[in-house]
Design a binder for this molecule. Structure first.
Ligand code: SF4
Ligand code: SF4
Length: 382
């Protein structure tokens, strides 16, 4: 009997607890990065037509330098590190990198195209203590735009389902670079079948900005979001940010890149994100609390049409800490239809019930007020 899927579920619960601790710490203080992306190698074994994040020649960053960068991020108080690229599995000492992240008490994730995953490598990632792995699948069959295809990767997904003890998330993609929007729905169905978590991303252009979605793409997006809550329980789906983006509407938000989110390139420089490299472009060893504070407050002109959802979500924590009722009300308006409200993740339902005033014309009871005040104090927002 294969116990790995059960172990994966137990691991997933433990990870949720650690993420909740990360959230609580981020709510208590805005003075540390919540997430950093780090690049151990810029080279990739594929060449997706829409991608501006790879080359076909770079050498891996030496292991001693990678470990030093992880220590520098740990010293800044970073709560989670995501290894990406290029293709990070091309780094010969990737397991050592993961082990070091975990040894500093930091959540370790990896984003890979999945091509280099073998049963042995999956077991190695288990041993290294990887917390989560994400693969983006762009289409069902490979084409000129992308070879990240369900047809090619399905065997890898089966190996992950059988062997991975870490959390696996498959991201399907809609957007103008993807020729058949229905492909994303087929990918999402397969993800559900295999018991992984799934997300759906809106593809951005070379500056991280939105390309308007066509009707068929919007329908595919909605169909995926409408799938079972168990497989698609990501907070991002239910928020108004994504809703605005699929309609090509701007979002009003404060991007905290350079402070709560850092992107560390292969040269060890700190950038806002993969699409705004060069800003601020400061070596990680020279990055201090003053930089974190300055960038926390800086306003990024690229924010209204930005599609980089991980930075959205990280930045939301600070908006929530500063104005909890306003943010929840904006993201989950009380006039939403019942099916939308039923699809909310449990944590959001609890927060909404505790914190948001009911729109029934009645004043909240004394008990409700006490509960709300206790919940806000618990979350460190009062
Ligand atoms: S696999 Fe990823 S890094 Fe490589 S070219 Fe495609 S999108 Fe870029
Ligand atoms: S808004 Fe922030 S995350 Fe988005 S492209 Fe600009 S700097 Fe990057």
């Amino acid at each position: 009997m294969n116990l790995t899927p059960t172990i994966r579920k137990i691991h997933s619960v433990r990870l949720r607890v650690r993420e909740a601790q990360m959230f609580a710490r981020a709510m208590r203080s805005p003075r540390h990065p919540i997430m950093a992306h780090i690049i151990p190698i810029r080279r990739c074994n594929l060449s997706c037509a829409y991608c501006n994040e790879f080359d076909n020649f770079s050498a891996p960053v030496p292991i001693a330098e990678m470990l030093r960068r992880i220590d520098l991020l740990a010293d800044l108080g970073t709560a989670s590190i995501i290894i990406s690229g290029g293709e990070p599995l091309l780094h010969p000492e990737i397991e050592e990198i993961i082990r070091h992240i975990r040894s500093r008490g930091i959540i370790a994730g990896i984003i890979t195209n999945g091509y280099l995953l073998t049963p042995d490598r999956i077991k190695g990632l288990n041993r290294a203590g990887l917390d989560h792995l994400q693969i983006s699948i762009d289409n069902v069959k490979p084409d000129d735009v992308s070879k990240k295809s369900l047809k090619v990767l399905d065997k890898k997904l089966q190996s992950l389902a059988a062997l991975a003890k870490f959390n696996v998330n498959i991201n399907s993609v809609v957007g103008s670079s993807i020729s058949n929007p229905k492909d994303a729905v087929m990918v999402a169905r397969r993800v559900k079948e295999l018991g992984f978590t799934g997300t759906v991303g809106i593809i951005h252009d070379h500056s991280g900005q939105l390309k308007p979605l066509q009707e068929e793409q919007v329908n595919a997006y909605e169909e995926i979001v409408g799938m079972s809550q168990n497989a698609f329980n990501n907070f991002a789906y239910y928020n108004q940010f994504q809703r605005n983006l699929i309609q090509a509407q701007p979002n009003e938000w404060h991007c905290r890149a350079g402070s709560r989110y850092l992107y560390i390139c292969e040269d060890g420089l700190v950038h806002y994100c993969s699409q705004q490299r060069g800003y601020p472009g400061i070596p990680l060893e020279d990055y201090t609390g003053e930089h974190l504070e300055r960038e926390y407050n800086s306003v990024k002109p690229c924010a209204p049409y930005c599609t980089i959802s991980c930075v959205h979500q990280i930045s939301l924590i600070d908006s929530f800490r500063e104005k909890p009722l306003e943010v929840l009300g904006r993201l989950f308006p009380s006039d939403k239809d019942e099916s939308a409200s039923a699809a909310m993740p449990l944590g959001v339902k609890v927060l909404t019930a505790l914190l948001l005033p009911r729109d029934n014309g009645r004043k909240p009871s004394f008990l409700t007020k006490v509960f709300r005040s206790a919940a806000l104090r618990l979350l460190g927002v009062r």
